[in-house]
Design a protein around this ligand. Structure first.
Ligand code: GAR
Length: 205
């Protein structure tokens, strides 16, 4: 079976990108990272891509007259590299209609909270400040809302009284590095079926 071509969008340190690369290298996902794109020039994710010998591109939002133009340019690059699944990995912008229309049902995201709780920025800090006893992370398909698309996988972690927000974030991140590659593996194996809000995992493969 041919390898699923991934396009990764990241804004920061790229530890989720790294976990995907590591699982691919270990032969656990039938996929390859075709290109890494960042809206931040200094994102360490771009450096990780270069170190792995992968194409890496920086797109500065301010260089474009509109969000549509910015996204069109990213779409062109993703298509040039034959991308089939777009993975947001710490990409800190709301995906717009141009990108979604170019990859319908083929954009996924990792969020550092148990959606639908604590969407948007700083999900870990939001959960910590709210005082929940459990939090976690969510891999979901992306739709036009903010972190509202159908949920593929979630992982739960406890929140301890003595936790700082940073300690909770680290505990969540450990799980992100497990469930994001796992969700991509399931997608690559054609085992995800979306019906409305629900994503069913075919276990018989
Ligand atoms: C991760 O915790 C990810 O869940 C979060 O940003 C971090 C990126 O880390 N994403 C969001 O908050 C999206 N709204 P990374 O750059 O090391 O992968």
């Amino acid at each position: 079976m041919s390898k699923l071509r991934l396009g990764i969008l990241a804004s920061g340190r790229g530890s989720n990108l790294q976990s995907i690369l590591d699982q691919i290298t270990a032969g656990r996902i039938n996929a390859e990272v075709a290109v890494v794109i960042s809206d931040k020039k200094e994102a360490f994710a771009l450096e990780r891509a270069r170190m792995a010998g992968l194409p890496a591109g920086h797109f500065n939002y301010r260089d474009f007259p509109s969000k549509d133009a910015y996204e069109s340019s990213i779409v062109d690059r993703l298509k040039q590299h034959g991308v089939e699944l777009v993975c947001l990995a710490g990409y800190m912008r709301i995906v717009g209609k141009v990108l979604l229309a170019a990859f319908p049902g083929r954009v996924v995201n990792i969020h550092p909270a148990l959606l639908p709780s604590f969407p948007g920025l700083h999900g870990q800090e939001q959960a910590w400040a709210y005082g929940v006893k459990f939090s976690g992370c969510t891999v979901h398909f992306v739709d036009e809302g903010m972190d509202t698309g159908p949920i593929i996988l979630q992982a739960v972690v406890p929140v301890y009284d003595e936790d700082t927000a940073d300690e909770l974030s680290a505990r969540i991140l450990e799980q992100e590095h497990k469930i994001y590659p796992e969700a991509i593996r399931l997608y690559a194996e054609g085992r995800l079926k979306v019906e409305g809000r629900k994503v069913y995992v075919n276990k018989n493969k």
